[in-house]
Design a protein around this ligand. Sequence first.
Ligand SMILES: *[C@@H]1O[C@H](CO)[C@@H](O)[C@H](O)[C@H]1NC(C)=O
Ligand SMILES: *[C@@H]1O[C@H](CO)[C@@H](O)[C@H](O)[C@H]1NC(C)=O
Ligand SMILES: *[C@@H]1O[C@H](CO)[C@@H](O)[C@H](O)[C@H]1NC(C)=O
Length: 435
Amino acid sequence: MRLLQLAFAVALASGLAALIIYITGVTYLNDLSDEDLEALSTLQSGFQKCVASNGLGLKAINGKDYCEVTIQFPADTIPKWKDPKTGEVEGLSYSFNLCEAVATWEQVRNSTTILTREFIDALPHGWEEYAWQRINKGVLLNRCKNKTLCVEKLSLVLPETPPYVPRQFSRCAVIGNSGDLLKTKFGNEIDEYDVVVRENGAPIQNYTDFVGKKSTFRLLNRGSAKALDKVSELYETGKEVLLVKTTIHDIMNKMIREIPILNPVYLMLGASFGSAAKGTGLKALEFALSICDTVDMYGFTVDPGYKEWTRYFSESRKGHTPLHGRAYYQMMECLGLIKIHSPMRADPKRIVKWLPSRSTVVAARKASEKLLRRVGAGSDNPLAACSITKKQIKRKPESMSGLRKAAVEHQKFIKGVTLYPLEHNPGHGQLCTVP
Ligand SMILES: *[C@@H]1O[C@H](CO)[C@@H](O)[C@H](O)[C@H]1NC(C)=O
Ligand SMILES: *[C@@H]1O[C@H](CO)[C@@H](O)[C@H](O)[C@H]1NC(C)=O
Ligand SMILES: *[C@@H]1O[C@H](CO)[C@@H](O)[C@H](O)[C@H]1NC(C)=O
Protein backbone atom coordinates (compact mmCIF):
# COMPACT_ATOMS: atom_id res chain seq x y z
CA MET A 1 0.00 0.00 0.00
CA ARG A 2 2.82 2.35 0.98
CA LEU A 3 4.57 1.51 -2.25
CA LEU A 4 1.49 2.25 -4.23
CA GLN A 5 1.12 5.64 -2.59
CA LEU A 6 4.75 6.42 -3.35
CA ALA A 7 4.38 5.36 -6.94
CA PHE A 8 1.31 7.52 -7.23
CA ALA A 9 3.16 10.50 -5.76
CA VAL A 10 6.06 10.01 -8.15
CA ALA A 11 3.72 9.74 -11.10
CA LEU A 12 1.90 12.87 -10.03
CA ALA A 13 5.14 14.76 -9.51
CA SER A 14 6.59 13.81 -12.87
CA GLY A 15 3.29 14.64 -14.54
CA LEU A 16 3.37 18.04 -12.91
CA ALA A 17 6.98 18.55 -13.92
CA ALA A 18 6.12 17.66 -17.49
CA LEU A 19 3.27 20.11 -17.39
CA ILE A 20 5.48 22.86 -16.01
CA ILE A 21 8.11 22.17 -18.64
CA TYR A 22 5.41 22.21 -21.27
CA ILE A 23 4.03 25.53 -20.08
CA THR A 24 7.28 27.36 -19.51
CA GLY A 25 9.18 25.95 -22.41
CA VAL A 26 12.13 25.05 -20.18
CA THR A 27 12.60 21.98 -22.31
CA TYR A 28 14.24 24.14 -25.01
CA LEU A 29 17.15 24.59 -22.66
CA ASN A 30 17.93 20.91 -23.20
CA ASP A 31 19.07 21.73 -26.71
CA LEU A 32 21.72 24.07 -25.38
CA SER A 33 25.23 23.06 -24.44
CA ASP A 34 27.04 24.41 -21.39
CA GLU A 35 28.93 26.78 -23.68
CA ASP A 36 25.66 28.08 -25.05
CA LEU A 37 24.32 28.79 -21.59
CA GLU A 38 27.55 30.42 -20.62
CA ALA A 39 27.49 32.63 -23.70
CA LEU A 40 24.00 33.81 -22.81
CA SER A 41 24.85 34.52 -19.20
CA THR A 42 28.05 36.34 -20.24
CA LEU A 43 25.97 38.46 -22.58
CA GLN A 44 23.42 39.18 -19.82
CA SER A 45 25.90 40.14 -17.14
CA GLY A 46 27.95 42.31 -19.50
CA PHE A 47 24.76 43.89 -20.72
CA GLN A 48 23.72 44.91 -17.23
CA LYS A 49 27.10 46.52 -16.60
CA CYS A 50 26.95 48.24 -19.98
CA VAL A 51 23.54 49.77 -19.30
CA ALA A 52 24.65 50.84 -15.83
CA SER A 53 27.73 52.63 -17.14
CA ASN A 54 26.33 54.15 -20.35
CA GLY A 55 22.62 54.50 -19.76
CA LEU A 56 22.57 57.76 -17.75
CA GLY A 57 20.64 56.25 -14.84
CA LEU A 58 18.99 53.40 -16.68
CA LYS A 59 19.24 50.04 -15.02
CA ALA A 60 19.00 46.60 -16.59
CA ILE A 61 17.89 43.67 -14.48
CA ASN A 62 17.62 39.97 -15.11
CA GLY A 63 14.30 38.68 -16.23
CA LYS A 64 12.90 35.24 -15.63
CA ASP A 65 15.26 33.42 -17.98
CA TYR A 66 18.53 33.71 -19.88
CA CYS A 67 16.98 36.00 -22.45
CA GLU A 68 14.69 38.39 -20.69
CA VAL A 69 16.01 41.69 -19.47
CA THR A 70 14.11 44.59 -17.96
CA ILE A 71 15.33 48.12 -18.45
CA GLN A 72 14.20 50.56 -15.78
CA PHE A 73 14.18 54.31 -15.85
CA PRO A 74 15.13 56.20 -12.67
CA ALA A 75 12.15 56.47 -10.31
CA ASP A 76 12.05 60.25 -10.68
CA THR A 77 11.54 60.10 -14.46
CA ILE A 78 8.33 61.85 -15.43
CA PRO A 79 6.57 59.86 -18.11
CA LYS A 80 4.77 62.11 -20.56
CA TRP A 81 3.40 59.99 -23.29
CA LYS A 82 -0.11 58.59 -23.04
CA ASP A 83 -1.34 55.63 -24.98
CA PRO A 84 -4.00 57.12 -27.24
CA LYS A 85 -6.11 53.97 -26.97
CA THR A 86 -6.09 53.38 -23.24
CA GLY A 87 -5.19 56.89 -22.06
CA GLU A 88 -2.60 55.35 -19.77
CA VAL A 89 0.71 57.06 -19.10
CA GLU A 90 3.66 54.98 -20.22
CA GLY A 91 5.52 52.97 -17.61
CA LEU A 92 9.07 53.27 -16.37
CA SER A 93 10.22 49.73 -17.05
CA TYR A 94 10.36 47.71 -20.23
CA SER A 95 11.18 44.09 -20.88
CA PHE A 96 13.20 42.99 -23.84
CA ASN A 97 14.31 39.66 -25.18
CA LEU A 98 18.07 39.82 -25.62
CA CYS A 99 18.18 36.49 -27.44
CA GLU A 100 15.62 37.63 -29.98
CA ALA A 101 17.50 40.90 -30.45
CA VAL A 102 20.95 39.41 -30.86
CA ALA A 103 19.76 36.72 -33.27
CA THR A 104 17.69 39.05 -35.41
CA TRP A 105 20.08 41.97 -35.59
CA GLU A 106 23.10 39.81 -36.39
CA GLN A 107 21.09 38.41 -39.27
CA VAL A 108 20.22 41.90 -40.50
CA ARG A 109 23.93 42.70 -40.73
CA ASN A 110 24.37 40.10 -43.46
CA SER A 111 21.13 40.71 -45.33
CA THR A 112 19.89 42.88 -48.13
CA THR A 113 17.25 45.41 -47.12
CA ILE A 114 16.31 46.71 -50.56
CA LEU A 115 13.54 45.16 -52.60
CA THR A 116 14.74 43.78 -55.92
CA ARG A 117 13.12 42.12 -58.87
CA GLU A 118 15.29 39.09 -58.24
CA PHE A 119 13.65 38.73 -54.82
CA ILE A 120 10.08 38.89 -56.10
CA ASP A 121 10.88 36.48 -58.93
CA ALA A 122 12.52 34.02 -56.53
CA LEU A 123 9.74 34.18 -53.95
CA PRO A 124 7.25 31.36 -54.60
CA HIS A 125 4.16 33.16 -55.93
CA GLY A 126 6.06 36.39 -55.40
CA TRP A 127 3.99 38.32 -57.90
CA GLU A 128 0.58 37.03 -56.83
CA GLU A 129 1.18 37.09 -53.10
CA TYR A 130 3.79 39.71 -52.40
CA ALA A 131 4.29 42.28 -55.16
CA TRP A 132 0.82 43.82 -54.98
CA GLN A 133 1.34 44.57 -51.29
CA ARG A 134 4.08 46.98 -52.24
CA ILE A 135 1.83 48.87 -54.62
CA ASN A 136 -0.62 51.40 -53.22
CA LYS A 137 -4.12 50.10 -53.93
CA GLY A 138 -2.46 46.90 -55.05
CA VAL A 139 -5.56 44.96 -54.02
CA LEU A 140 -7.30 46.49 -57.00
CA LEU A 141 -4.71 44.88 -59.24
CA ASN A 142 -6.32 41.55 -58.46
CA ARG A 143 -3.15 40.10 -56.98
CA CYS A 144 -1.16 41.07 -60.02
CA LYS A 145 -3.13 38.77 -62.34
CA ASN A 146 -1.84 41.05 -65.04
CA LYS A 147 1.82 40.82 -64.15
CA THR A 148 2.85 43.26 -66.88
CA LEU A 149 0.78 45.92 -65.20
CA CYS A 150 2.38 45.28 -61.81
CA VAL A 151 5.86 45.22 -63.27
CA GLU A 152 5.06 48.53 -64.89
CA LYS A 153 3.98 50.05 -61.58
CA LEU A 154 7.01 48.83 -59.71
CA SER A 155 9.62 49.24 -62.41
CA LEU A 156 10.81 52.70 -61.41
CA VAL A 157 11.75 51.53 -57.93
CA LEU A 158 12.73 47.93 -58.57
CA PRO A 159 16.38 47.23 -59.37
CA GLU A 160 17.14 43.81 -60.86
CA THR A 161 19.78 42.97 -58.25
CA PRO A 162 20.77 44.55 -54.93
CA PRO A 163 22.37 47.94 -55.38
CA TYR A 164 24.39 47.51 -52.16
CA VAL A 165 26.12 44.68 -50.37
CA PRO A 166 26.72 44.20 -46.64
CA ARG A 167 29.74 46.13 -45.33
CA GLN A 168 29.93 48.18 -48.50
CA PHE A 169 30.52 51.24 -46.34
CA SER A 170 32.68 51.74 -43.31
CA ARG A 171 31.39 54.40 -40.91
CA CYS A 172 27.75 55.45 -41.15
CA ALA A 173 25.62 57.91 -39.24
CA VAL A 174 21.85 57.82 -38.94
CA ILE A 175 20.32 61.19 -38.14
CA GLY A 176 16.93 61.32 -36.43
CA ASN A 177 14.75 64.38 -36.30
CA SER A 178 14.74 65.06 -32.56
CA GLY A 179 14.62 68.63 -31.30
CA ASP A 180 17.54 67.84 -29.02
CA LEU A 181 19.81 68.10 -32.08
CA LEU A 182 19.69 71.87 -31.59
CA LYS A 183 21.47 71.53 -28.26
CA THR A 184 24.81 70.42 -29.74
CA LYS A 185 26.68 71.46 -32.88
CA PHE A 186 27.24 68.02 -34.34
CA GLY A 187 27.42 69.30 -37.94
CA ASN A 188 31.16 68.94 -38.64
CA GLU A 189 31.31 65.62 -36.87
CA ILE A 190 28.40 64.26 -38.92
CA ASP A 191 29.99 65.35 -42.19
CA GLU A 192 32.99 63.14 -41.49
CA TYR A 193 31.06 59.90 -41.85
CA ASP A 194 31.26 57.94 -45.10
CA VAL A 195 27.50 57.70 -45.26
CA VAL A 196 24.77 59.82 -43.69
CA VAL A 197 21.21 58.50 -43.51
CA ARG A 198 18.37 60.95 -42.89
CA GLU A 199 14.64 60.60 -42.43
CA ASN A 200 11.48 61.95 -44.02
CA GLY A 201 11.30 65.70 -44.54
CA ALA A 202 14.29 66.60 -42.37
CA PRO A 203 15.79 69.82 -43.76
CA ILE A 204 19.53 70.38 -43.99
CA GLN A 205 19.70 73.94 -45.19
CA ASN A 206 19.68 76.47 -42.30
CA TYR A 207 20.58 73.73 -39.81
CA THR A 208 23.98 72.59 -41.04
CA ASP A 209 25.80 73.57 -37.82
CA PHE A 210 23.65 71.04 -36.01
CA VAL A 211 22.93 68.34 -38.55
CA GLY A 212 25.76 68.60 -41.07
CA LYS A 213 25.69 69.12 -44.83
CA LYS A 214 26.23 65.63 -46.11
CA SER A 215 23.43 63.27 -47.01
CA THR A 216 23.57 59.90 -48.73
CA PHE A 217 20.29 58.14 -48.05
CA ARG A 218 16.89 59.30 -46.92
CA LEU A 219 14.28 56.92 -45.57
CA LEU A 220 10.69 57.93 -46.26
CA ASN A 221 7.43 57.02 -44.63
CA ARG A 222 4.17 57.13 -46.54
CA GLY A 223 3.52 60.82 -46.07
CA SER A 224 6.99 61.92 -47.14
CA ALA A 225 7.01 59.58 -50.09
CA LYS A 226 3.90 61.25 -51.46
CA ALA A 227 5.74 64.57 -51.33
CA LEU A 228 8.69 63.18 -53.25
CA ASP A 229 9.12 66.41 -55.20
CA LYS A 230 9.60 68.40 -51.98
CA VAL A 231 11.81 65.79 -50.39
CA SER A 232 14.11 65.57 -53.38
CA GLU A 233 14.83 69.28 -53.04
CA LEU A 234 16.08 69.02 -49.47
CA TYR A 235 19.60 68.11 -50.51
CA GLU A 236 20.79 70.53 -53.11
CA THR A 237 23.23 68.29 -54.92
CA GLY A 238 20.30 65.99 -55.63
CA LYS A 239 22.06 62.67 -55.30
CA GLU A 240 20.51 61.37 -52.12
CA VAL A 241 19.17 57.86 -52.54
CA LEU A 242 15.53 57.77 -51.47
CA LEU A 243 14.22 54.67 -49.71
CA VAL A 244 10.51 54.22 -49.36
CA LYS A 245 9.39 52.23 -46.35
CA THR A 246 5.84 51.53 -47.54
CA THR A 247 4.36 51.23 -51.00
CA ILE A 248 4.85 52.76 -54.43
CA HIS A 249 2.11 55.21 -55.28
CA ASP A 250 0.87 56.39 -58.67
CA ILE A 251 1.65 59.94 -57.57
CA MET A 252 5.25 58.91 -56.97
CA ASN A 253 5.59 57.20 -60.33
CA LYS A 254 4.23 60.26 -62.04
CA MET A 255 6.65 62.55 -60.21
CA ILE A 256 9.65 60.34 -60.93
CA ARG A 257 8.77 60.35 -64.64
CA GLU A 258 7.52 63.82 -65.15
CA ILE A 259 9.25 66.22 -62.80
CA PRO A 260 11.61 64.23 -63.14
CA ILE A 261 13.10 63.04 -59.88
CA LEU A 262 16.73 62.23 -60.61
CA ASN A 263 17.50 60.55 -57.30
CA PRO A 264 17.53 56.77 -57.25
CA VAL A 265 14.39 55.56 -55.47
CA TYR A 266 14.01 52.10 -53.93
CA LEU A 267 11.58 50.28 -51.68
CA MET A 268 12.89 48.95 -48.42
CA LEU A 269 12.63 45.28 -47.59
CA GLY A 270 12.78 44.85 -43.86
CA ALA A 271 12.82 42.16 -41.25
CA SER A 272 10.09 42.28 -38.65
CA PHE A 273 10.85 43.22 -35.08
CA GLY A 274 8.68 43.59 -32.02
CA SER A 275 6.34 46.45 -31.27
CA ALA A 276 9.14 48.64 -29.88
CA ALA A 277 10.70 48.70 -33.28
CA LYS A 278 8.36 50.09 -35.86
CA GLY A 279 9.23 53.71 -36.54
CA THR A 280 11.20 55.25 -39.39
CA GLY A 281 14.18 55.70 -37.06
CA LEU A 282 14.55 52.03 -36.45
CA LYS A 283 14.11 51.18 -40.09
CA ALA A 284 16.89 53.65 -40.89
CA LEU A 285 19.13 51.89 -38.39
CA GLU A 286 18.21 48.56 -39.90
CA PHE A 287 19.13 49.75 -43.36
CA ALA A 288 22.41 51.24 -42.14
CA LEU A 289 23.33 48.06 -40.29
CA SER A 290 22.80 46.08 -43.48
CA ILE A 291 25.37 48.09 -45.46
CA CYS A 292 27.84 49.53 -42.91
CA ASP A 293 30.58 48.33 -40.59
CA THR A 294 29.65 50.74 -37.83
CA VAL A 295 26.50 52.75 -37.24
CA ASP A 296 26.36 55.88 -35.09
CA MET A 297 23.14 57.61 -34.26
CA TYR A 298 22.33 61.28 -33.72
CA GLY A 299 19.09 63.09 -33.00
CA PHE A 300 16.98 60.32 -31.51
CA THR A 301 15.77 61.75 -28.16
CA VAL A 302 17.47 59.11 -26.06
CA ASP A 303 18.65 60.92 -22.95
CA PRO A 304 16.47 59.71 -20.08
CA GLY A 305 15.98 63.18 -18.61
CA TYR A 306 15.06 64.90 -21.87
CA LYS A 307 11.45 65.93 -21.51
CA GLU A 308 10.41 67.50 -24.77
CA TRP A 309 9.32 65.66 -27.83
CA THR A 310 9.93 67.94 -30.76
CA ARG A 311 11.51 67.83 -34.17
CA TYR A 312 14.48 70.09 -34.70
CA PHE A 313 12.60 71.90 -37.45
CA SER A 314 9.05 72.06 -36.14
CA GLU A 315 6.80 72.03 -33.14
CA SER A 316 6.01 69.13 -30.91
CA ARG A 317 4.10 66.16 -32.17
CA LYS A 318 2.33 63.22 -30.66
CA GLY A 319 2.19 59.54 -31.27
CA HIS A 320 5.54 58.20 -30.15
CA THR A 321 6.51 56.07 -27.21
CA PRO A 322 9.62 57.89 -26.13
CA LEU A 323 10.62 55.86 -23.09
CA HIS A 324 10.08 52.50 -24.70
CA GLY A 325 12.10 53.60 -27.70
CA ARG A 326 14.88 55.08 -25.59
CA ALA A 327 15.27 51.85 -23.70
CA TYR A 328 15.34 49.92 -26.98
CA TYR A 329 18.12 52.12 -28.37
CA GLN A 330 20.10 51.65 -25.17
CA MET A 331 19.74 47.93 -25.65
CA MET A 332 21.03 48.25 -29.20
CA GLU A 333 24.03 50.23 -28.01
CA CYS A 334 24.83 47.65 -25.37
CA LEU A 335 24.63 44.85 -27.93
CA GLY A 336 27.34 46.66 -29.87
CA LEU A 337 25.06 47.50 -32.80
CA ILE A 338 25.08 51.28 -32.65
CA LYS A 339 26.71 54.13 -30.79
CA ILE A 340 24.53 56.86 -29.34
CA HIS A 341 25.41 60.55 -29.70
CA SER A 342 23.17 62.94 -27.80
CA PRO A 343 23.41 66.20 -25.86
CA MET A 344 24.38 64.26 -22.74
CA ARG A 345 26.70 61.95 -24.66
CA ALA A 346 28.26 64.52 -26.95
CA ASP A 347 31.95 63.61 -26.62
CA PRO A 348 32.85 62.03 -29.95
CA LYS A 349 35.57 60.04 -28.18
CA ARG A 350 33.16 58.59 -25.63
CA ILE A 351 33.87 54.92 -25.20
CA VAL A 352 30.94 52.61 -24.66
CA LYS A 353 32.08 50.52 -21.73
CA TRP A 354 31.29 46.84 -21.23
CA LEU A 355 30.47 46.15 -24.85
CA PRO A 356 30.25 42.44 -25.61
CA SER A 357 33.26 41.11 -27.50
CA ARG A 358 32.79 39.81 -31.00
CA SER A 359 33.21 36.24 -29.78
CA THR A 360 30.55 36.73 -27.09
CA VAL A 361 28.14 38.08 -29.68
CA VAL A 362 28.76 35.19 -32.05
CA ALA A 363 28.38 32.59 -29.30
CA ALA A 364 25.27 34.27 -27.90
CA ARG A 365 23.79 34.56 -31.37
CA LYS A 366 24.19 30.84 -31.98
CA ALA A 367 22.78 29.94 -28.58
CA SER A 368 19.84 32.28 -29.13
CA GLU A 369 19.07 30.75 -32.50
CA LYS A 370 18.85 27.33 -30.88
CA LEU A 371 16.70 28.61 -28.05
CA LEU A 372 14.37 30.32 -30.50
CA ARG A 373 14.35 27.31 -32.83
CA ARG A 374 15.44 29.37 -35.79
CA VAL A 375 16.11 27.87 -39.20
CA GLY A 376 19.70 26.59 -39.32
CA ALA A 377 20.23 27.41 -35.65
CA GLY A 378 23.76 27.53 -34.28
CA SER A 379 25.50 27.07 -37.58
CA ASP A 380 28.71 28.71 -38.76
CA ASN A 381 27.49 28.38 -42.29
CA PRO A 382 25.67 31.57 -43.26
CA LEU A 383 23.59 29.57 -45.75
CA ALA A 384 22.09 27.45 -42.99
CA ALA A 385 19.35 30.05 -42.51
CA CYS A 386 18.19 29.83 -46.12
CA SER A 387 14.71 28.37 -46.23
CA ILE A 388 14.34 29.20 -49.92
CA THR A 389 17.32 28.96 -52.25
CA LYS A 390 17.34 30.13 -55.85
CA LYS A 391 19.87 30.74 -58.54
CA GLN A 392 21.08 34.30 -58.78
CA ILE A 393 20.57 36.67 -61.67
CA LYS A 394 24.02 37.50 -63.02
CA ARG A 395 25.52 40.49 -61.25
CA LYS A 396 27.07 43.23 -63.32
CA PRO A 397 30.84 42.79 -63.09
CA GLU A 398 31.33 46.44 -62.12
CA SER A 399 29.10 45.95 -59.08
CA MET A 400 31.85 43.96 -57.40
CA SER A 401 34.86 45.94 -58.54
CA GLY A 402 35.90 48.82 -56.37
CA LEU A 403 34.36 47.33 -53.25
CA ARG A 404 36.27 47.89 -50.05
CA LYS A 405 38.24 45.04 -48.60
CA ALA A 406 35.81 44.31 -45.77
CA ALA A 407 32.94 43.96 -48.22
CA VAL A 408 34.92 41.66 -50.51
CA GLU A 409 35.93 39.49 -47.56
CA HIS A 410 32.36 39.29 -46.42
CA GLN A 411 31.26 38.27 -49.92
CA LYS A 412 33.82 35.46 -49.78
CA PHE A 413 32.53 34.35 -46.40
CA ILE A 414 28.93 34.20 -47.57
CA LYS A 415 30.04 32.67 -50.88
CA GLY A 416 28.57 35.48 -52.92
CA VAL A 417 25.08 34.68 -51.69
CA THR A 418 22.45 37.37 -51.24
CA LEU A 419 20.26 36.89 -48.18
CA TYR A 420 16.84 38.47 -48.15
CA PRO A 421 14.63 38.66 -45.07
CA LEU A 422 11.30 36.88 -45.37
CA GLU A 423 8.42 38.52 -43.60
CA HIS A 424 6.30 36.38 -41.27
CA ASN A 425 8.55 33.41 -41.82
CA PRO A 426 8.57 31.07 -38.86
CA GLY A 427 12.10 30.66 -37.57
CA HIS A 428 13.30 33.72 -39.47
CA GLY A 429 14.35 31.67 -42.47
CA GLN A 430 15.70 33.73 -45.35
CA LEU A 431 15.42 33.74 -49.10
CA CYS A 432 18.88 33.18 -50.54
CA THR A 433 20.05 33.66 -54.09
CA VAL A 434 23.27 31.85 -54.93
CA PRO A 435 25.73 32.50 -57.78
C1 LIG B 1 27.62 37.40 -40.89
O1 LIG B 1 28.84 37.44 -41.59
C2 LIG B 1 29.99 37.45 -40.78
C3 LIG B 1 31.22 37.51 -41.68
O2 LIG B 1 31.29 38.73 -42.38
C4 LIG B 1 30.03 36.21 -39.90
O3 LIG B 1 31.15 36.25 -39.05
C5 LIG B 1 28.76 36.10 -39.11
O4 LIG B 1 28.74 34.90 -38.38
C6 LIG B 1 27.53 36.16 -40.00
N1 LIG B 1 26.32 36.20 -39.20
C7 LIG B 1 25.32 35.39 -39.39
C8 LIG B 1 24.12 35.57 -38.53
O5 LIG B 1 25.33 34.52 -40.24
C1 LIG C 1 -2.08 44.07 -68.83
O1 LIG C 1 -1.54 45.35 -68.60
C2 LIG C 1 -0.91 45.91 -69.73
C3 LIG C 1 -0.19 47.18 -69.30
O2 LIG C 1 -1.05 48.13 -68.74
C4 LIG C 1 -1.94 46.14 -70.81
O3 LIG C 1 -1.32 46.70 -71.96
C5 LIG C 1 -2.58 44.80 -71.18
O4 LIG C 1 -3.62 45.00 -72.09
C6 LIG C 1 -3.13 44.11 -69.92
N1 LIG C 1 -3.51 42.74 -70.27
C7 LIG C 1 -4.70 42.24 -69.97
C8 LIG C 1 -4.93 40.84 -70.34
O5 LIG C 1 -5.57 42.88 -69.38
C1 LIG D 1 16.22 78.91 -44.72
O1 LIG D 1 16.05 80.24 -44.25
C2 LIG D 1 15.62 81.12 -45.25
C3 LIG D 1 15.61 82.53 -44.66
O2 LIG D 1 14.96 82.57 -43.43
C4 LIG D 1 14.25 80.71 -45.77
O3 LIG D 1 13.81 81.56 -46.79
C5 LIG D 1 14.35 79.29 -46.30
O4 LIG D 1 13.08 78.82 -46.70
C6 LIG D 1 14.92 78.35 -45.24
N1 LIG D 1 15.13 77.02 -45.82
C7 LIG D 1 14.63 75.92 -45.27
C8 LIG D 1 14.90 74.64 -45.98
O5 LIG D 1 14.00 75.92 -44.24
